[in-house]
Ligand binder design. Structure first.
Ligand SMILES: *Cc1c(COP(=O)(O)O)cnc(C)c1O
Length: 220
């Protein structure tokens, strides 16, 4: 399949999953994960009309997007990889959404940048739903306290939650948990579901699915 066919196939699968879940397909935003992809593939996705992209690393994202950004006013870039505090200023200059707010130090840094007059992107908190030691994200039992710190102490506005389920677990358990946590805390955005499991995330209310290899082909 070429990239055009891949995008058409994924869009059709999102639509089918939405219909099965009695959801409006417009309520699910496709984030095309362009990390490690060539500029040729990125340009092809832009030519197809795709405008929402996800990147894992600040520097790589700058390299991918600095040249395109001025020509696509409606481009929306999501940071979906871990953010070091010392890259926070670069990240907020480039990204429209940071999905990986995951610790007090980063919340404090973002708050300082906002107080210095910088515009913050929309923020999602990453939740480590599988409680995996090697994975970043706030533990489910710590989420309430962390959200309180972000909003009350740092004045940050949190729009939603994001998770990456453990590879060996049924993903639906994690999507259900993330949806429950979002509901409990009145958060409306749910970034969950990747190439192999996005159809399982849609019935649980995913508002954003992050799809890389199924759209662009395997990463080098
Ligand atoms: C790489 C990545 C994706 C996309 O993964 P695919 O399996 O290629 O769809 C989604 N979310 C995050 C956080 C990622 O790092």
């Amino acid at each position: 399949m070429d990239i055009h066919e891949r995008f058409a196939a994924i869009s059709a699968r999102i639509k089918t999953a939405c219909e099965a879940a009695h959801r409006d397909p417009q309520s699910v935003t496709l984030i095309a994960v362009s990390k490690v992809q060539s500029d040729e593939r990125i340009a092809a996705a832009l030519a197809l009309g795709q405008r929402v992209f996800g990147e894992n690393r600040v520097q790589e994202a700058q390299a991918h997007w600095a040249a395109h950004r001025p020509f696509y006013k409606d481009l929306r870039l999501h940071l979906i990889g871990p953010l070091q505090s010392n890259k926070a200023a670069d990240a907020i200059a480039l990204f429209d959404v940071i999905e990986t707010l995951d610790r007090p130090k980063l919340a404090a840094t973002l708050s300082q940048l906002a107080k210095a007059g910088l515009r913050l992107p929309q923020l999602l908190v990453q939740v480590n739903t599988g409680e995996e030691s090697q994975k970043s994200g706030v533990l489910p039992q710590d989420l309430g306290e962390f959200l309180h710190l972000c909003t009350h102490e740092h004045g940050l506005s949190i729009a939603g939650l994001m998770c990456i389920p453990p590879v060996d677990d049924p993903p639906a358990l994690h999507f259900a948990l993330l949806a429950k946590l979002a509901k409990r805390h009145n958060l409306t955005r749910l970034s969950m579901g990747m190439s192999d499991d996005f159809e399982a995330a849609i019935p649980f209310g995913a508002t954003h699915v992050r799809i890389g290899s199924a759209l662009f082909g395997a990463r080098a």
